[in-house]
Design a protein around this ligand. Structure first.
Ligand SMILES: O=C(O)CCC(=O)C(=O)O
Ligand SMILES: [Fe+2]
Length: 258
C-alpha cells in the first residue's frame, strides 16, 4: 500500500517545499497544526473498523495526576496548582495489536511522512520506540471519560482523529502557559485555568484530521465525553534511536510491559 492511498496528497502535498514551509510556519507561530481531511475516506473507514474490532483488547485505566505530571511537592498545599489532582481515564490498544498491514503502520513507517514531520517539527530524524508497545497507540474514550489538564513531557505530539464524539470530548488548550526551559511553572496562570477563569482554545478535530501539537508549555485537556465515543491514534516517535518508554510508564498506561 502506497502512502498516497492513505494520505489525501491532493489536499496535502507533504513532499512540496511550499506546503511544508507553510505548515512549519503555522506550528512555529501557534504551537498547533491541524490538517483537516488528511486521511482519505477509505483509510478512515478501514482504521475505524480496526479500532472497533480491537476495542475489547484495550486496557482501560483511570489515573489521578497533577498538571505537571510530577510527584506532589510537599512544600505546597494539596489544593495548590502545583499539586492539585485531576483525573484521566481512557482505554488504549498498543502497537503490538496493530496489524502489520494496517494503514496506520504504513503511515507510521512511511519515509515520505517522516520526512514531512521532520521538516515541520525541525527535527533531524524520527525513530520508532524500542519497546513493542509505544509507537502506535489507539485511544478510546466513552461517555464520562476525559483527559485532565496537563503539560506533556515531550516537546511534540502527533495524533490522528478517527472518530469524533457526538457531545463533549473536545480538545482544549491554552498556549504559552509556562516556560519549562527556564523552570517557570506559572502557578497563578495554571490555577486560573483549573478554576475555569481563563478562556480556552478548542480544536475542531473531525475524523481524518492530523494534529501536530506542542504541549510542553501549552496546558491542554480532553473534556469529558458526553455522547458517542472518541477514538484517536497517537503516533509516537523519538528523536534518537533505541529509546523505550520507561517500565513504570508502560505499566501505568498499558497495564503490561510487552
Ligand atoms: O487525545 C488527545 O487529543 C490528546 C492526548 C494528549 O494530550 C496526550 O496523550 O498527552
Ligand atoms: Fe497531552
Amino acid at each position: 500500500m502506497g502512502v498516497q492511498q492513505i494520505i489525501d496528497t491532493e489536499k496535502h502535498s507533504i513532499l512540496g517545499y511550499e506546503f511544508r514551509a507553510k505548515c512549519k510556519d503555522t506550528l512555529d507561530q501557534t504551537g498547533v497544526l491541524i490538517l483537516h481531511e488528511f486521511l482519505r475516506a477509505p483509510a478512515i473507514v478501514t482504521i475505524c473498523k480496526e479500532a472497533q474490532d480491537g476495542r475489547d483488547k484495550a486496557y482501560f485505566c483511570t489515573q489521578s495526576h497533577n498538571v505537571y505530571l510530577m510527584e506532589p511537592d510537599l512544600a505546597f498545599a494539596s489544593d495548590h496548582p502545583r499539586n492539585r489532582e485531576v483525573i484521566s481515564s481512557k482505554g488504549c490498544i498498543c502497537d503490538d495489536i496493530i496489524a502489520a498491514q494496517s494503514p496506520l503502520r504504513h503511515l507510521y513507517n512511511s519515509e515520505d511522512f517522516k520526512s514531512f514531520l521532520c521538516t515541520v517539527l525541525g527535527e533531524q530524524a524520527l525513530y520508532e520506540y524500542a519497546d513493542p508497545l509505544s509507537s502506535i497507540n489507539l485511544h478510546y474514550a466513552k461517555p464520562g471519560q476525559e483527559l485532565g489538564w496537563h503539560f506533556d513531557n515531550s516537546s511534540f505530539a502527533i495524533t490522528l482523529m478517527i472518530k469524533a464524539p457526538e457531545q463533549g470530548g473536545q480538545f482544549e488548550y491554552v498556549g504559552e502557559m509556562r516556560n519549562s526551559e527556564q523552570g517557570e511553572m506559572n502557578f497563578d496562570g495554571v490555577g486560573a485555568v483549573l478554576d475555569g477563569k481563563v478562556p480556552v482554545e478548542t480544536l475542531n478535530m473531525k475524523p481524518g484530521a492530523l494534529v501536530l501539537f506542542r504541549g510542553r508549555d501549552a496546558i491542554h485537556r480532553v473534556a469529558p465525553v458526553e455522547g458517542g465515543s472518541r477514538m484517536l491514534v497517537v503516533l509516537a516517535y523519538n528523536t534518537k534511536p533505541g529509546i523505550a518508554l520507561s517500565e513504570s510508564a508502560r505499566q501505568t498506561f498499558f497495564g503490561r510491559l510487552g
